[in-house]
Design a protein around this ligand. Structure first.
Ligand code: C5P
Length: 403
C-alpha cells in the first residue's frame, strides 16, 4: 500500500445516511495502508451501521457522544481532532454540511471537526433535491472557499428510487482524495510530471486492432504515487479497465500517434516524463476502411513502424524515464535503450512475468551506474522506489543548476 498513508492519524466522521454502509470498506482500506483510524459517529449514523463494526475494524473506541474521556493525555472532546493529520466526513448529510459551514458542534462528528486544525474532506450523500437546494449549495460553497475538499456526490441511482446527483463517492475515490490531501506538501510539490500507461491499439479495420497485454497497472501506480508526493500529474492512458486516479489529469488515447501527440502537448511544461506505456512499435500501413471479410483466402498485413515517442522528445532539463519489457538478453537490450533514447533512468522488467500482474520484479538502470536489482514487490511499492530514484535525479539537477 502507498507510503503516504503510513502512520497517519485519520479521523473518519460518519453521519446518518444509507451510504454509511460503504464506510467500513473505506476504513479498512485506510488501515491496510498503515493509517491509524479513529471513527466518530452521529447517533443517526449508528442506525445505519453499528459502532461495533468500526471498533472491530480499528480496535479503537468509537466516539458517539459529545462527552469525551478526560484521562492522562485525553482532553475530552478536543483530543481526536487536535491529534489528527486529516479528517474525512463520509457520508456527509445535508444537515452536517450546514453545521460544518456554520461552526455548529452539537454531535461527536461536528464537534471533532471544529476542534480539528488538520485538512478536512467531506463526501456529501443525500437525495437529489436536498443536494441541489440553494441552502445546501451555499453551504458547500462556504466549505469549499474555506479550503475543505469536497468529493462527489455523483450522479446515479439514489436510495430514494430517483436518479440524480447525490451518490456518495466510492471508497476507492475517497482513498485517492485522502492520499492527495495528505501528500499536498510532499517532496514533488513543485514539480509537474507526465506519466503514460497502458497499451495502444492500432486499427486493422473498423472493428479490429493490434495491441498487447499491458493492463496499465504500473503506470497508474506511478501516477498515483506522483500525486501522493504533491506533483501536478498528468496521465496519458491507452485503453485500460482502470478508473481515473483521483486528483490526476487523465488524457485518454488509443493509438501510438494519439499518444505521441498528447505527450508532446503535455510535456512542454513538465519536469519529468515517465513513459510506462507499452506503445505499439508497428501499425498496419493501410487500415481497411470496411470490415475485412473472412472469405479472403489468406491475409497479409503490411506493418510500418510507429514513431518512437521517448526518443523523439529531447528537451534540456527534462528528466526522461523509460521502461523496457524484454523477453531475452534483458540487461544488454536495456543498456542499448538507455543510450539510444537518451534516458536518465530505465526500468527493466521481464515482459512475460510483469504484464497484467499485481507485482513486478524490476531493475533500475542509470547511465554509468551499476544496475539496482529490486526484489519482486507489489506495483505500488515498485512505483515508490522508482519515484525515490527520480527524486534523487531531480535533486542532483537542482544542485548542479545552483552550483
Ligand atoms: O524500444 P522499446 O519499445 O522496447 O522501448 C520501450 C520504451 O520506449 C518504453 O518506455 C515505451 O513507453 C517507449 N516507447 C515510445 N514510443 C514507442 C515505443 C516505445 O516512447 N513507439
Amino acid at each position: 500500500m502507498p507510503r503516504v498513508l503510513r502512520d497517519k492519524r485519520i479521523v473518519v466522521g460518519v453521519t446518518g445516511g444509507i451510504a454509511a454502509y460503504k464506510v467500513p470498506e473505506l476504513v479498512r482500506r485506510l488501515l491496510q495502508g498503515g493509517a491509524v483510524v479513529d471513527v466518530v459517529m452521529t447517533p443517526a449514523a449508528t442506525e445505519f451501521v453499528g459502532p461495533l463494526t468500526f471498533q472491530a475494524l480499528t480496535r479503537r473506541p468509537v466516539q458517539v457522544s459529545t462527552v469525551g474521556v478526560w484521562q492522562g493525555e485525553q482532553a475530552g472532546h478536543v483530543t481526536l481532532g487536535a491529534q489528527a493529520d486529516l479528517m474525512i466526513v463520509a457520508p456527509a448529510t445535508a444537515d452536517v454540511l450546514a453545521k460544518l459551514a456554520h461552526g455548529i458542534a452539537d454531535d461527536a462528528v461536528t464537534l471533532t471537526a471544529l476542534a480539528c486544525p488538520a485538512p478536512l474532506i467531506v463526501a456529501p450523500a443525500m437525495d437529489h433535491y436536498m443536494y441541489r437546494h440553494p441552502a445546501t449549495q451555499a453551504n458547500v460553497e462556504v466549505l469549499r472557499a474555506r479550503g475543505v475538499t469536497i468529493v462527489g456526490p455523483h450522479h446515479g441511482p439514489l436510495a430514494s428510487g430517483m436518479i440524480g446527483e447525490g451518490r456518495m463517492a466510492e471508497p476507492d475515490e475517497l482513498v485517492g482524495a485522502v492520499r492527495q490531501v495528505l501528500g499536498r506538501q510532499g517532496p514533488l510539490r513543485e514539480y509537474t510530471v507526465v506519466v503514460t500507461a497502458g497499451p495502444t491499439r492500432e486499427p486493422v479495420d473498423p472493428v479490429r486492432f493490434l495491441s498487447n497485454h499491458s493492463s496499465g497497472k504500473m503506470g497508474y501506480a506511478l501516477a498515483e504515487v506522483a500525486r501522493d508526493r504533491g506533483a501536478a500529474t498528468t496521465l496519458v492512458s491507452g485503453p485500460t479497465c482502470l478508473a481515473p486516479p483521483y486528483g490526476v489529469r487523465r488524457i485518454d488515447v488509443e493509438t501510438a500517434a494519439e499518444m505521441a501527440q498528447a505527450v508532446r502537448e503535455t510535456v512542454a511544461d513538465a519536469d519529468v516524463l515517465v513513459m510506462c506505456a507499452a506503445v505499439a512499435d508497428f501499425r498496419p500501413r493501410a487500415p481497411a476502411s470496411e470490415k475485412i471479410k473472412k472469405q479472403t483466402a489468406s491475409l497479409v498485413l503490411e506493418l510500418e513502424p510507429t514513431e518512437d515517442i521517448l526518443a523523439s522528445i529531447q528537451r534540456p532539463g527534462l528528466v526522461k524515464v523509460g521502461f523496457a519489457a524484454e523477453t531475452e538478453r534483458l540487461l544488454e537490450h536495456a543498456r542499448e535503450k538507455l543510450e539510444r533514447k537518451g534516458l536518465d533512468l530505465l526500468v527493466l522488467n521481464d515482459a512475460r512475468r510483469t504484464m497484467g500482474a499485481d507485482t513486478a520484479q524490476v531493475t533500475l538502470l542509470r547511465p554509468g551506474q551499476a544496475p539496482d536489482v529490486l526484489p519482486e514487490l507489489p506495483k505500488d511499492e515498485v512505483s515508490e522506489r522508482i519515484w525515490d530514484a527520480i527524486q534523487l535525479l531531480l535533486e542532483l539537477r537542482k544542485d548542479s543548476a545552483l552550483g
